[in-house]
Design a protein around this ligand. Structure first.
Ligand code: SF4
Ligand code: SF4
Ligand code: SF4
Length: 470
């Protein structure tokens, strides 16, 4: 009988890069049962881990699975043995690229490549430029063309790029003399393009609540999925640059309205803390040693933990009485708890509580943290439509008037894709998608023109007018 030789060195090599044990996996399959895209994979997440345990990673590198993975971290969050399966997918993608393996889904790898180039060139993601480059190189010219045109017409995409101008020497960055009275604010690229209106509403709400938020000049893109799918170092360097800049400006607290950026900031902070080798390489790249002194929260957490409930209630001029909302947290805000610090990574309640303070009714549903697939929106459209349809149909079936989000990426995905969902599934959802600060601004009685409803694909005005809120 032929004996199978375990290649220990391969497991050890991946474990040392991952900084956690993979050998402890007991093939319980909990990662697989929670994976939203497992039906389309050739190997399940648990099988990928098993291949590594056997030291046979070539099939994993050649698999569709590593490119289909939507980085939702459900697997990581549910693993009883502490295997960060989502991080393993990143490691394998990076290794596949390094070793010249032809990606099984070349469109996903291409999209990541053009996005990373755009970020490296300007320090910010130039959405229009990356989209054009991706379409020309992939030959997938016409899909989403109408959606793209509408984005322009609604002012959600700019023809022109913006550049970061990150300081060349962080040690020369001057402190903000009023830093102690303010908090730092990192909007990120999406909040300056597809989520522009959500950004201005968020800033208006902060101002109304007397919180002075300052966005440090020169910030760079967090790198988002294309960066962490390409290089762990790059995916850590980009958020680290922002954290270092904020630290140099003298701030000790950062709030982030984009859940994807929030997650990258938290993950980079955790990874630098846990891995001194990585920290050293990052320090070298940015010419500065980040001291770890900036506490990072998502804007929802900031408003829930820094503002008294009574104060929020006292600001409510127009209670959202009769409005039934489904709070959708998405993947990045709460999962995994080791990164986000969430007490209830699969069933968060902060946004529900906030909506109830405003007078709205919240529905209890099981899709709060289901992945909508936004990270693969450009490249695996059919899969994303399927994931989004499930979420929206559930909210609609439970009688929600609107879905409330905490991330501009989920927001645009769930809003802009409803006409495609109608075409594909024959379902007319017409479910408005609102970012949580838009409802805060509305109930606080802030200028209706500043709510940014005109930029939406599904007009939120109808259910709001029906309840006498507009
Ligand atoms: S959930 Fe964890 S222990 Fe279970 S199969 Fe997946 S990686 Fe292995
Ligand atoms: S991160 Fe999400 S999509 Fe990727 S393997 Fe895990 S559960 Fe599946
Ligand atoms: S996830 Fe955040 S910083 Fe990043 S591309 Fe989007 S917005 Fe940029």
């Amino acid at each position: 009988m032929q004996r199978f030789e375990l290649k220990r060195e391969i497991i050890e090599d991946i474990e040392s890069e991952a900084n956690f044990s993979i050998s402890v996996c007991a093939s319980c399959n909990r990662c697989t049962s929670g994976c939203p895209v497992v039906d389309e994979m050739d190997f399940t997440p648990a099988q990928i881990i098993r291949l590594i345990q056997l030291g046979d990673i070539q099939p994993a590198l050649l698999s569709r699975t590593i490119w289909l993975c939507a980085s939702c971290s459900t697997c990581t969050s549910r693993c009883p043995a502490g295997v960060d399966v989502a991080r393993v997918m990143d490691i394998l993608r990076e290794r596949a690229l390094r070793s010249g393996v032809r990606p099984a889904l070349k469109e996903v790898a291409l999209f990541n490549e053009v996005s990373v180039k755009s970020i490296e060139r300007r320090g910010r993601l130039y959405e229009f430029g990356s989209m054009v480059a991706y379409k020309l190189k992939s030959g997938d010219i016409f899909s989403d063309i109408w959606m793209g045109i509408k984005m322009f017409l609604k002012g959600r995409m700019s023809l022109f790029p913006s550049s970061a101008n990150f300081p060349s020497d962080l040690l020369k960055v001057e402190k903000d003399p009023l830093a102690k009275e303010k908090i730092a604010y990192f909007s990120g690229c999406s909040m300056h393009s597809i989520g522009k209106e959500l950004n201005s509403t968020s800033l208006a709400v902060l101002e109304e609540l007397g919180i002075e938020a300052s966005e440090p000049e020169g910030w760079v893109c967090c790198g988002t999925t294309p960066a962490h799918s390409t290089s762990h170092l790059l995916a850590t360097v980009l958020p680290a640059k922002n954290l270092a800049l904020i630290e140099r400006k003298g701030y000790d607290y950062l709030t982030v309205p984009c859940a994807a950026c929030f997650f990258r900031m938290k993950a980079a902070g955790r990874d630098m803390k846990d891995d001194p080798g990585l920290k050293g390489r990052v320090d070298q790249k940015i010419g500065y040693s980040y001291g770890g002194g900036v506490e990072v929260d998502h804007l929802l957490t900031t408003l829930s933990k820094r503002v008294e409930k009574e104060e929020i209630i006292s600001k409510v001029k127009k209670p959202l009485a009769g409005l039934k909302v489904a709070c959708y947290y998405g993947c990045f805000l709460s999962r995994p708890a080791e990164v986000t610090g969430s007490e209830h990574p699969e069933y968060p309640t902060d946004m529900d509580q906030m909506m109830r303070l405003l007078g709205a009714e919240t529905i209890d549903w099981s899709h709060k943290t289901e992945c909508c697939g936004a990270a693969l929106s450009m490249t695996k459209r059919d899969m994303v439509l399927k994931l989004s349809e499930r979420i929206l149909s559930e909210a609609k079936a439970l009688g929600a008037d609107a879905v409330i989000t905490s991330c501009p990426l989920c927001h645009v995905n769930l809003d802009a894709r409803q006409s495609q969902i109608k075409k594909k599934f024959g379902k007319k959802l017409d479910l408005p998608i609102l970012y949580f600060t838009q409802l805060m601004a509305l109930s606080f009685g802030l200028d209706e023109g500043s709510l940014g409803f005109k930029a939406h694909f599904v007009d939120p005005a109808l259910p709001l007018k029906k309840r006498g809120l507009l």
